[in-house]
Design a protein around this ligand. Structure first.
Ligand code: OFO
Length: 174
């Protein structure tokens, strides 16, 4: 059984993951507007991944006989100054999500909730990847600057990203 504190914190995390999904979809729209279909696709894949993150937490609350409470998703930004600004905003956002996951992990230690801690381990590892992905693209954009051919090639590379369902959902019956 989940403690009330853990249940509330996981519900807040579900909301944060759904907000993330909405943010990436908004970024995809911006990239489309800028004519960067590959970057748009990259963000659309991330949109799906974020929904997976929310679903993993949703399933976990159900499995533990807890109550899922879905709160409204706040508005997300719709404008960025540049493509670099998009990916810098992603890194900043993912650092905030990492801090939320770490807080949740610390709370599960406080509450002696080792099942929650074990479930969160996947998120701890995932956040390392999320931050690394954003940082790599920022580094590439900083190197390319305004070089049109460089942007063209990066857009092609990012457009090759393929969605893969998050591992914890693979054998789920929920
Ligand atoms: Fe769910 O990791 Fe990004 O936000």
């Amino acid at each position: 059984m989940l403690s009330k504190k853990i249940e509330e914190a996981i519900n807040a995390q579900i909301n944060a993951e759904m907000w993330s999904a909405y943010l990436y979809l908004s970024m995809a729209a911006y990239c489309h507007l800028m004519g960067q279909t590959g970057m748009a696709r990259w963000n659309e894949v991330q949109f799906k991944e974020e929904q997976d993150h929310a679903k993993i937490l949703f399933n976990y609350v159900i499995q533990r006989n807890g109550k899922v409470t879905l709160s409204p998703i706040k508005a997300v930004p719709t404008e960025w100054k540049s493509l670099l600004d998009v990916f810098e905003s992603i890194l900043e956002h993912e650092q905030k999500i990492t801090a939320m996951i770490n807080k949740l992990f610390a709370l599960s230690t406080e509450e002696n909730d080792y099942a929650t801690q074990s479930m969160l381990k996947w998120f701890v590892d995932e956040q390392v990847e999320e931050e690394e992905n954003a940082q790599t693209i920022i580094d590439n954009l900083n190197m390319i600057k305004d070089n049109g051919f460089g942007i063209f090639m990066l857009d092609k590379e990012l457009g090759a990203r393929v969605y893969a369902q998050a591992a914890p959902l693979a054998n789920s019956t929920l």
